[in-house]
Design a protein around this ligand. Structure first.
Ligand code: ADP
Ligand code: ASP
Ligand code: MG
Length: 403
C-alpha cells in the first residue's frame, strides 16, 4: 500500500467517454489498496478555446483576469471525474488548487509554486477518499487565482507527489511514453524506456510538450521519478529519473522542434558597455524569457544583437525592444515569427566531438539555412525557417539512427 499520484492530461479527459475511462483506471488503482490522488487538466482543447474567447474581448487581457478565466477549465474536469468515480460507488472529492493549499507567486499566467500545505490532502486521504485535484492552478498570497503556464498540470502533479512524499508519480497522456522525437512527426520514433532528468529537461524546454519543463525541474529537485504512460493502454511507458543505464552509450537521445519561437534583431547597436544590460533587463522586468542570443562582431563601433523569445511573448517583447532601440540610438529592429528551433539532446554528447558537425552537415544536405546556434553539454539547437522544421526533425532523426 502506498500513495500514488496520477495525472491525466486534456486528451485523456476530452469527452464524457474518456472521463469514464479515467474513472475506471483510478478505481483500479484504488482497488490495489493505494491512496490515490488524481490531478486533471481541462477537457481537450478547453484552455485554447478560453484563450480564443478572451482574445475576442480584448487584445491584451489583464493577466489576473486571464487566470480567473483559464482556471475554470480544470474545475469542469475535476467535478465530472469525481461524478464518474462516484458512479463506481467509491468515496471521492474534488478540490481546486486553493482548496488543496497550492500557494504560488504572483506572476499571473506563469506562476511558480512556492509551497503546498498538505493538511487538507492528508485529511481526505485518511478518510479514504480518492482526491481529484485541479491541475495548472494555485493562489497567490492575496488569495487570487494563478495559473502555472501551459502544460502546468504536470507540475501540479509532481509538486504534490514531492510534498506528500508519494510512492509513485504517473503522468498519463495520449502517447505511451517519451519518444526519440514527437511520434506525431516522426512515425518510426522509438519509445525510450528511461531518460535522465537532464535530458528530459532539455527535451521539454526545447519543444517536446509531453512534459512541462517546470515539472521535470521539480522532479529533479525532489527526486520524484516520473512515469510517463498512456491512458489508453497498459504499456509500461518511460521512467524519468536521475541516471539511466543506456545514457552514456546513447550519443543522441532525442530530436525536438519548437515552433513557439520568434526572433528579434536590433540593428547597428552602438558598441559600448551597458547596452546588453539595458536591453535584456527591460525584457526581464516584463518577465520575458530570452532564449538564444547572438551579438555580431563590431564594425565601425556598432554591432547587431539578435535573440529569440517564445512567440506568446513576442508582441510585448517587440514593443519593449523598439523602445530601448530608440533610446540607445540603434538603427532599427527586425522581427520574425516564421522561425523554429530544432535541437538534438543526449547525455552521451559530452565526450563526443563531431556531433555538432554531423547536425550541421544534415541540415546542409537538406538545403536548410542555420540562423542561430546554441549549445550546452547535452544539447545543440539551431534556429531555422519554420517551414523547414519538420523536414529537419525527420532528417536528424534518421542521421543519428534513432529509429
Ligand atoms: P496532455 O494533454 O496529456 O498533457 P500533451 O499534448 O501536453 O498531452 O503532450 C503529449 C503530446 O506530446 C503527444 O501527443 C506528442 O505529440 C507530443 N510530443 C512531443 N514530443 C514528444 C516526445 N519526444 N515524446 C512523446 N511525445 C511527444
Ligand atoms: N489546461 C492547461 C493547458 O492546456 C494545463 C495543462 O493541460 O496541463 O495548458
Ligand atoms: Mg501537457
Amino acid at each position: 500500500m502506498g500513495v500514488v499520484v496520477q495525472k491525466y492530461g486534456g486528451s485523456s479527459v476530452a469527452s464524457p467517454e474518456k472521463i469514464k475511462n479515467v474513472a475506471k483506471r483510478v478505481v483500479q488503482e484504488k482497488e490495489k489498496g493505494n491512496s490515490v490522488i488524481v490531478v486533471v487538466s481541462a477537457m481537450g482543447d478547453t484552455t485554447d478555446e478560453l484563450l480564443a474567447l478572451a482574445k475576442q474581448i480584448s487584445k491584451n487581457p489583464p493577466a489576473r483576469e486571464m487566470d480567473m478565466l483559464l482556471s475554470t477549465g480544470e474545475q469542469i474536469s475535476i467535478s465530472l471525474l469525481a461524478m464518474a468515480i462516484k458512479e463506481f460507488d467509491y468515496p471521492v472529492i474534488s478540490l481546486t488548487g486553493q482548496q488543496v493549499g497550492i500557494l504560488t507567486d504572483s506572476s499571473h499566467t506563469k506562476a511558480k509554486i512556492l509551497k503546498i500545505n498538505i493538511d487538507r490532502l492528508k485529511k481526505e486521504l485518511e478518510n479514504d477518499q480518492i482526491v481529484i485535484v485541479a491541475g495548472f492552478q494555485g493562489v497567490n498570497e492575496f488569495n487570487d487565482i494563478t495559473t502555472l503556464g501551459r502544460g502546468g498540470s504536470d507540475t501540479t502533479a509532481v509538486a504534490i507527489a514531492a510534498a506528500i512524499n508519494a510512492d509513485r508519480c504517473e503522468i498519463y497522456t495520449d502517447v505511451d511514453g517519451v519518444y526519440t522525437a514527437d511520434p506525431r512527426i516522426v512515425i518510426d520514433a522509438k519509445k525510450l524506456k528511461e531518460v535522465t532528468y537532464d535530458e528530459m529537461l532539455e527535451m521539454a524546454s526545447l519543444g517536446a510538450q509531453v512534459l512541462q519543463p517546470r515539472a521535470v525541474e521539480c522532479a529533479k529537485q525532489y527526486g520524484v521519478i516520473i512515469h510517463v504512460r498512456s491512458s489508453f493502454s497498459y504499456e509500461e511507458g518511460t521512467a524519468v529519473k536521475e541516471a539511466c543505464e543506456m545514457e552514456k552509450e546513447r550519443l543522441v537521445s532525442g530530436v525536438t522542434c519548437d515552433l513557439n519561437t520568434a526572433k528579434i534583431a536590433i540593428l547597428e547597436v552602438p558598441d559600448r558597455p551597458g547596452i546588453a544590460y539595458k536591453i535584456f533587463s527591460a525584457l526581464a522586468k516584463a518577465n520575458i524569457n530570452v532564449d538564444m542570443i547572438i551579438q555580431s562582431i563590431m564594425r565601425d563601433n556598432v554591432n547587431d544583437i539578435s535573440f529569440t523569445i517564445s512567440e506568446s511573448d513576442a508582441d510585448l517583447a517587440l514593443e519593449i525592444t523598439k523602445g530601448v532601440a530608440d533610446e540607445i540610438g540603434a538603427k532599427g529592429v527586425k522581427f520574425s515569427k516564421d522561425v523554429a528551433k530544432v535541437s538534438i539532446v543526449g547525455a552521451g554528447m559530452v565526450n563526443n566531438p563531431g556531433v555538432a558537425a554531423t547536425m550541421f552537415e544534415t541540415l546542409a544536405e537538406e538545403g536548410i539555412n542555420i540562423q542561430m546556434i546554441t549549445t550546452s553539454e547535452i544539447k545543440i539547437s539551431c534556429l531555422i525557417d519554420a517551414s523547414s522544421a519538420i523536414k529537419a526533425v525527420k532528417a536528424l532523426h534518421k542521421k543519428f539512427n534513432l529509429s
